[in-house]
Every structure is written in structure tokens, then in C-alpha cells.
Design a protein around this ligand. Structure first.
Ligand SMILES: NC(=O)c1ccc[n+]([C@@H]2O[C@H](COP(=O)([O-])OP(=O)(O)OC[C@H]3O[C@@H](n4cnc5c(N)ncnc54)[C@H](OP(=O)(O)O)[C@@H]3O)[C@@H](O)[C@H]2O)c1
Length: 284
């Protein structure tokens, strides 16, 4: 089962290869979603300060019946926080909100505040300051691993130029039809594990007929095909669902996509818009 497999982060810490995404899962049902996922075998949950469900996730982790040390929880420092002082306070707030002594991994959610996402300004100084706060929390044992999200090459270089702890992961938009090869390769060359967010294209890939055809050929669902695709690229997929049937489906990826089909999937027509979700900065 994929839920039992792990990648190893550069600092030697193991991270389960499949994570449950929780964006848009409200706080009141997040605990149940975590408990259901853990029951199915998931050991890795992805949340963020911005998702407003850290307390629900924390409750689910405490109530799920599996020991804390056998679970891996990632959260993310809000994209708007670009000062050392605010970052220190926000890290402590996540620990308190989740009710944890430590968090397994914390990422800077985005190099740019959401209101400035995709613009020219790169907030280099603010990201170095936020990173310093993560480094100190890491050294203090509050965070077992630290990393980045949505960081492009110049943003990564900015951190690498001044850090004392190098980033261990970069969580980026990566799915069938939108696989940023150069960024993946660069992040991996710099020692980071690359996590694939929106591995099912935020649900939009479910509408693609070409994909449906290929999934049929393998006798799997479209989400399973999409998740398997990211795993074959050595990425860590974070499919989101609060539906236990979908959780089970997404963990059933013990099949192989041929090299030829991997190429087809890489080049399949790109999602043009993400429907109602196109308003979110990450899809603009
Ligand atoms: N770092 C960042 O900036 C960032 C940005 C976006 C996302 N993320 C992370 O990545 C996670 C996943 O991305 P995402 O939430 O955008 O979307 P996603 O996982 O690509 O897609 C989720 C959609 O696919 C559906 N789905 C999932 N499994 C299914 C299945 N087996 N059968 C049918 N439908 C299925 C879900 O429906 P149901 O809910 O009905 O199951 C939902 O509509 C997020 O939750 C978050 O943790 C991070």
C-alpha cells in the first residue's frame, strides 16, 4: 500500500508518500476527515494557517488512535507573513491551535503575499526573515522539518544564499497537463522533496475525456491515474477529499503507467481554467 511507503527528507526524517490535502475542508469536519483518513491508512495530513482548519486537524490527530509519532502533519506559514517577529508568533500560534508539542513540517506558503502573487516584487528580505524564524523553531525542536511552497528559482536562490538550514521540500502546483519540469528538477537538484499540490487538477481533470479513456485502459479512476502519475515523477501527491470512498480510491495506486503514457500525460491539453476556483491566485 502506498500509505505505508515513505520518502526521506534531506535531514533523514521519513515522510509518508501520500498526503491528505485539506484545503476547503472546513474546520468542523476536518477532524472527522483526519480520523477517516487514518483509519484507511493515511499517515500524512497537509494543512495551512490559511485553511482555517488547523484546530480541526489537530483534534483529528489526537483522536485518531494512532500515536502522534507515527503521523506526519504539515502546515504552512501564511503567505502574508514576511517579518521575523510575525513569523515567530505565527509558528507558536500553529502549535497552540493544533495542540501539538511539535509540527512535522512547516512551509512558507508562498514567496509573495496572495494579493501580490505572480507580480514582479519577490519579497526577498521578508522571505529571508520568515525563513530565519523557521530555522530557529527547527533548531528548537518545534518543527521537525522546514520547507517552501510556490517558490520559483529566484525565490529558492534567495533562501539558499543566506540560510543556515537548507529547505527540505518545495510544494508546488503539479498535475497531469501542468508539470513544471524545470522547477521540479531545480528543486530536486537543490535537495528538496517536491510535493505536488492539486494532483487531480483541483477536480478539473475529472472532466477530461482523454484522461477518462486512459484511466479506463488501466482499469482505474481518473484520480488514481493522476496520483500515480505524480508518484512516477518522484513527487509527493496531496489529493484532497473528505469522502472516505475517495480516500480509499486515491490510496489504491499500485499499478504502473507505461513510459509512453507518462509522456502523453505530460503533454495532454493544459487545463485552461479552473472553473469557479480560477479566482484563487495559484490558478491565475
Ligand atoms: N501550497 C499551496 O499553495 C496549495 C495550493 C493548492 C492546494 N494545496 C494542497 O493540495 C491539496 C490538494 O489540492 P486541491 O484541493 O486543489 O485539489 P485536488 O486534490 O487536485 O482535487 C480535489 C478535487 O478532486 C475530487 N476528488 C479527489 N479524489 C477523488 C476521487 N477519488 N474520486 C472523485 N473525485 C475526487 C475532490 O472531490 P471530493 O472533495 O468530493 O472528494 C475535489 O473536488 C490541497 O487540499 C492542499 O492541501 C496547496
Amino acid at each position: 500500500m502506498i500509505t505505508e511507503e515513505k520518502y526521506t527528507l534531506p535531514n533523514g526524517i521519513d515522510i509518508p508518500k501520500l498526503g491528505l490535502g485539506t484545503w476547503l475542508i472546513s474546520n468542523d469536519i476536518a477532524g472527522q476527515a483526519v480520523k477517516d483518513a487514518v483509519k484507511i491508512g493515511y499517515r500524512h495530513i497537509d494543512t495551512a494557517q490559511a485553511y482555517s482548519n488547523e484546530s480541526g486537524v489537530g483534534e483529528g490527530i489526537r483522536a485518531c488512535g494512532v500515536k502522534r509519532e507515527n503521523l506526519f502533519v504539515t502546515t504552512k506559514l501564511a503567505a502574508e507573513i514576511k517579518s521575523y517577529k510575525e513569523a515567530v508568533a505565527a509558528i507558536d500560534m500553529s502549535l497552540k491551535t493544533m495542540g501539538f508539542d511539535y509540527i512535522d513540517m512547516m512551509l512558507i506558503h508562498s514567496p509573495q503575499p496572495w494579493a501580490k502573487f505572480g507580480e514582479k516584487e519577490r519579497f526577498f528580505e521578508g522571505n529571508r526573515d520568515a525563513w530565519r524564524a523557521l530555522e530557529e523553531a527547527y533548531q528548537a525542536g518545534k518543527l521537525r522539518a522546514i520547507g517552501l511552497s510556490n517558490f520559483q528559482k529566484p525565490d529558492i536562490d534567495n533562501i539558499l544564499a543566506s540560510c543556515s538550514v537548507t529547505p527540505m521540500a518545495n510544494q508546488i502546483l503539479a498535475h497531469v497537463s501542468n508539470t513544471p519540469k524545470a522547477l521540479i528538477q531545480y528543486s530536486q537538484e537543490k535537495g528538496m522533496l517536491v510535493e505536488a499540490y492539486s494532483p487531480v487538477g483541483h477536480g478539473e481533470l475529472l472532466k477530461n475525456e482523454e484522461l477518462a479513456e486512459m484511466a479506463k485502459k488501466y482499469g482505474v479512476s481518473v484520480p488514481r491515474l493522476c496520483i500515480r502519475y505524480t508518484l512516477q515523477l518522484d513527487l509527493l501527491p496531496l489529493p484532497k477529499t473528505a469522502n472516505p470512498d475517495h480516500m480509499k480510491d486515491n490510496a489504491d495506486v499500485n499499478f504502473a503507467i507505461s513510459e509512453e503514457d507518462m509522456e502523453l500525460l505530460k503533454n495532454i491539453e493544459r487545463i485552461k481554467d479552473y472553473g469557479e476556483s480560477s479566482v484563487f491566485p495559484v490558478y491565475r
